[in-house]
Design a protein around this ligand. Structure first.
Ligand SMILES: CC(C)(COP(=O)(O)OP(=O)(O)OC[C@H]1O[C@@H](n2cnc3c(N)ncnc32)[C@H](O)[C@@H]1OP(=O)(O)O)[C@@H](O)C(=O)NCCC(=O)NCCS
Length: 164
């Protein structure tokens, strides 16, 4: 039996140019892994440029259509700050170092573009993700009421750090 190759991160296209099938896969991923319900329009309106901070994880089963099983979507925010608008990996692929790999690739790209800081929003209940970001130098800067339907959120920010 042929071994299934591991999933790979590749640069993605701008959300506004994604096929309906790809958009549907992204919405399903958000819903299953974060509980957040997005419409096609919301996904397509995310202002993620074509760059190395737009990373898509796809499975690569031979002879089958590939599926989006993770993404890291970052976008210019203001001054020297880049914002991670979405970061999610299919539950079956979590905890294998794929998130860390995407993060470092994004950090390298953002530093090369001249950014110095990274900012994002995270659910207050999502302790695992907060620890991930804290280990990478970020801290909670603001409490966000009403940002998530399901409860409180935090805005986290920190220097862009390559972490290993
Ligand atoms: C947050 C997320 C993107 C991280 O990606 P990942 O591939 O699971 O992360 P990794 O395998 O690279 O592991 C990252 C760290 O978590 C640790 N870890 C792995 N599995 C873990 C588990 N089950 N529980 C707690 N920590 C775990 C690893 O030791 C690793 O440590 P490090 O930070 O020192 O490198 C991913 O877990 C995810 O999609 N979660 C659901 C959606 C989400 O919460 N997104 C963030 C929204 S702001």
């Amino acid at each position: 039996m042929r071994a299934v190759p591991p999933p790979v991160w590749n640069q993605g296209i701008e959300p506004k140019n994604m096929s309906s099938a790809a958009c549907h896969q992204v919405r399903t991923l958000f819903l299953n892994e974060t509980g957040e319900r997005y419409s096609d329009i919301t996904v397509r309106h995310l202002p993620i440029p074509n760059w190395e901070g737009n990373l898509i994880l796809t499975d690569s089963t031979p002879n089958a259509e590939s599926h989006i099983i993770g993404l890291l979507w970052a976008t210019p925010f203001k001054d020297d700050i880049v914002r991670v608008a979405a970061f999610v990996i299919h539950s079956e692929q979590q905890g294998k170092g794929l998130g860390a790999e995407a993060w470092n690739r994004f950090v390298d790209a953002a530093l090369k573009e001249g950014y110095k800081q990274v900012q994002l929003e995270v659910k207050a209940s999502n302790i695992r993700a907060q620890r991930f970001y804290e280990r990478r130098g970020m801290t909670v800067r603001k409490h966000l009421e009403g940002y998530y339907q399901s409860g409180m959120g935090y805005m986290m920010r920190g220097p862009l750090l390559h972490y290993s």
